[in-house]
Design a protein around this ligand. Structure first.
Ligand code: 4NP
Length: 155
């Protein structure tokens, strides 16, 4: 089992978007039994809440399931419980490394550094642009899945 955790600040806009998109993609590739996916926020404000209405609306329009998703905060056991800790922006990377007391580039990295964009995923909490976030999540998840398949020799 390969385990992937997406991390953002509130765990209601960007990381749940990436989690749902990745789960959908993994299912389409027939790899649901091999890859576990979750998300968390470095902040505590939205614990227990469903994803933001803008994230839910976009995912619903794209027929991507959001069933059972609830915000949670990053916790120290996440370091051992996940193989990839994929952060939405550079501040999430810094906060995650501090909270988990881990300074590993291999395990904790910025999502779009896997892509030619090499930038933060813009936060729709501030931009209001859930379309842009969705497109970047799709692009990032495709590259991430390719990387996981190579790293773990999955077919
Ligand atoms: P997210 O967006 O990190 O993509 O979930 C945010 C959600 C909530 C807040 C900030 C960012 N907030 O300040 O409550």
């Amino acid at each position: 089992m390969v385990r992937v955790l997406f991390v953002c600040l509130g765990n209601i806009c960007r990381s749940p978007m990436a989690e749902a998109v990745m789960r959908d993609l993994v299912e389409k590739h027939g790899l649901t039994a091999q890859i576990k996916i979750d998300s968390a926020g470095t902040g505590s404000w939205h614990i227990g809440e469903p994803p933001h209405s803008g994230t839910l609306k976009k995912l619903k329009a794209m027929k991507v399931s959001t069933s059972g998703m609830k915000a949670r905060q990053l916790k120290s056991s996440d370091l051992d419980d996940f193989d990839y800790i994929v952060c939405m922006d550079e501040s999430n990377v810094q906060n995650t490394r501090e909270m988990l007391q881990a300074h590993t580039d291999a395990k904790i990295f910025r999502f779009l550094d896997l892509t030619p964009h090499k930038k933060d995923v813009p936060d729709p909490w501030y931009t209001g642009d859930f379309e842009e976030t969705y497109s970047l999540c799709v692009e990032g998840c495709e590259v991430l899945l390719d990387k996981i398949k190579k790293d773990y020799a999955l077919i």
